[in-house]
Design a protein around this ligand. Sequence first.
Ligand SMILES: Cc1ncc(COP(=O)(O)O)c(C=O)c1O
Length: 376
Amino acid sequence: MKFNLRFINDELRKIKSQNLYRRLRFSNVIGSHIIFGKKKLINLCSNDYLGLPSPKIRTGQNQSSSRLVSGNDSSFKVLEKKLARHKSKESSLIFPTGYMTNLGTISSIIKKDDLILSDKLNHASIIDACKLSGATISIYKHNDMHDLENKVTQKYKRKFVISEGIFSMDGDFAKLKEISEIATKNNCTLVLDDAHGDFVIGKDGRGSAQKVNASRKIDVYISSLSKGLGAFGGYVAARRETIDFLINTARSFIYTSALPFFLVEYALKKFESNRENHRKKLWRNVDSLRSGLVSLGYQIDSPSHIIPIIIGNEKKAMEFGRYLFENGVFAQPIRFPTVPYGKARIRVSLTALLSKKDINNALLVFGSAGKKFGVL
Ligand SMILES: Cc1ncc(COP(=O)(O)O)c(C=O)c1O
């Protein structure tokens, strides 16, 4: 191996010795189940929260070009109009992924001399975007309004508060009512990444801010089409001139190929489908699994469809996950650096696809796993 790359072997050895090694596994999803080789498991790891049926879509030649060149299929126009209305904003813009939406939007509208107030548990894509902006980043304790109020008084001409709506690894709701009041009082622009709340929560699935009547206080609304909607892509909804500015400056929008038209149409048809019954089913499943886990003796703090079961030690979390796997349940252990070191967990995410039987079967396995690993 060339000298410059020799460090890779050392780093890999270190990652393995810390029980943090990750490997790719191939799988196929069928309904509420996931298949690895010959093994079929109940899938508690999907972000396709509503489990909407797959719509029929057009096929054909893809433009394979940036949206600013020839990749701007007319289906973008229809979906972006609907997404803007969905968020009660003037305009919206679709990016190839939610990650790229954060990267392009945040690094375009926030500049070097600005201040960002960012929740400690914000997603990696927000963290990377904040770094890219070059602004001063002030991290407030997770969902701690006292800490946010202290930090927001720093003297900067332009200040931004950024939070997730539903935190992706803890499943708790951001205190959006309070955050929006603090942002307004201190003249801050409020950016919300609601990748996990969009389509899932609030009236008509309009998201976390709608749930607490704070939609109007969100200046820039970022989300993913790959989770609640079970399609693919990301989008930002904001005032018309903000979107116009992003079209002109967001590098992860300009310098990349457009989402293929068949994925835009896929998202559009799912958006137009009857989502309400699926939402109701999802929340029934959340209630069943949560109350089942609590009666087994687990301490569950999450109020949402993302339910972390905190194990702590990385190795134990891996063994716990393996036991679930061997007994027909797929719920992935999550470790550092995705969550803090020593706070490894089994992250359960629920979908409307799961049947009552799936949930009862999963609970049986969680019961025996909890006893075996001394978690209960
Ligand atoms: C809070 C949050 N924002 C953004 C993203 C990125 O979305 P996408 O998967 O569409 O890139 C994720 C994905 O995990 C997320 O959890």
